[in-house]
Design a protein around this ligand. Structure first.
Ligand SMILES: [Zn+2]
Length: 227
């Protein structure tokens, strides 16, 4: 069901896809990498709202978990993400600008964007009025837009890792983790309408390749890392 929803959303924006194909080499689309996962079969079950659980609580707890996983992934390559290596924040075919609190667009580097995004996400997730943790409090109207904002940042950060740091990820043998995390996040966003379909279309080629490729858990080698 979620795969179909993703397909529908992506189909709407096939023109955007064509525009992006003129890009430089996309190492992450090679089948030897797209088939690498740490987990595959249960992603759809992981995404679905468990029976009896409040949807806002499910979104909040997943936002927090995804934030931790994306932070760990970005942390693994952060020493290679500098102002000189990434003077602009590139993710997929986009140059992402930072929008400040007054709505002004500002240019920023990859590491600056990661810092800004982390501080805003932390602010959102620890704001008791926005994301209440006590049973007596209701979730406000501003909750969903804030969660959507959180996932947009996470999607951009994963996009930056794929677009600018995938070789490092492969060297660290973390690409099965990255693919699993990306697919899980994207399917979660599709299920709960957390990302704009135009944004999702930016990585349509990767999403399609990951959905279509057979996972080969053993090809990722051992869990040991040669750094
Ligand atoms: Zn970077």
């Amino acid at each position: 069901m979620v795969f179909q929803a993703v397909g529908k959303l992506l189909g709407k924006h096939s023109k955007i896809k064509k525009k992006a194909t003129a890009e430089t080499e996309k190492l992450y689309l090679e089948p030897r990498y797209t088939s690498a996962r740490i987990l595959d079969a249960d992603i759809l079950m992981l995404v679905a709202l468990p029976k009896g659980l409040n949807v806002e609580e499910w979104l909040a707890s997943n936002a927090s978990a995804f934030y931790n996983h994306v932070s760990l992934m970005y942390g693994s390559i952060s020493e290679f993400c500098t102002i000189s290596s990434c003077p602009t924040m590139k993710a997929w075919a986009m140059q992402i600008q930072w929008t400040d609190e007054k709505g002004r667009k500002r240019k920023c580097s990859g590491p600056q964007y990661a810092d800004y995004a982390a501080s805003i996400i932390q602010k959102i997730l620890t704001d008791e009025d926005l994301v209440p943790t006590k049973h007596c409090k209701d979730f406000p109207k501003a909750f969903k837009p804030a969660i959507q904002k959180t996932f947009r940042f996470l999607f951009h950060l994963l996009g930056h890792i794929y677009t600018c740091h995938f070789k490092t990820v492969v060297n660290l043998e973390l690409h099965p983790h990255l693919n699993t995390l990306y697919l899980h996040l994207l399917l979660f966003c599709a299920e709960f309408h957390l990302l704009d379909s135009k944004e999702m279309a930016l990585s349509e080629d990767l999403t399609t390749a990951l959905i279509n490729s057979s996972p080969c858990p053993k090809t990722s080698g051992s869990h040991s890392r040669n750094t």
